[in-house]
Design a protein around this ligand. Sequence first.
Ligand code: ZN
Length: 171
Amino acid sequence: MAKVSIALRGWRFDEAEVFDETGELRPLDELPEETRKRLVRLKFIADEPCNVCWLLHRDESECNTAEIVYGEPLNEVLLCNEHEADFLYWFREDVGKLAKGQDDFADLFHEWYAAGNRAPDGYGGVEHVDTEPDAVPKPRGAEDTSELDDAVDELDEDALGELGMDYSDIS
Ligand SMILES: [Zn+2]
């Protein structure tokens, strides 16, 4: 089954699970909970700044908008292209290897970065992105974010709960 990213690269969805035959997003309350949570969360984080940019500048106007999401809803790390290598290094080669699935996954990365850790110069964790651009699934663009907005608006407030929390207060 084809996997697709929506709005941000990183989280992947089964195309047939989230879109119907005509390419419309299915009603969210018909989707498995895991999938629904991620889609709802995406609506709120799609335009948020990269976490690393935020840690560096503390001013949204100086931050790149995130293009990539890793982790789980409410415990996710948002990154721009420039800072993806630092995250991948942490996750694949450094202490982040042990953080997978932990409740404080995102905090652990923020702390590691804030302590001055970085990927070594030229770390090749994202090389595949640069050398095979065609192999990287294209995020489905802004059009789908508005479709996602509509789908989320159809859910009742309780279903959204804490998933909509503001991301800019990370520490
Ligand atoms: Zn950044």
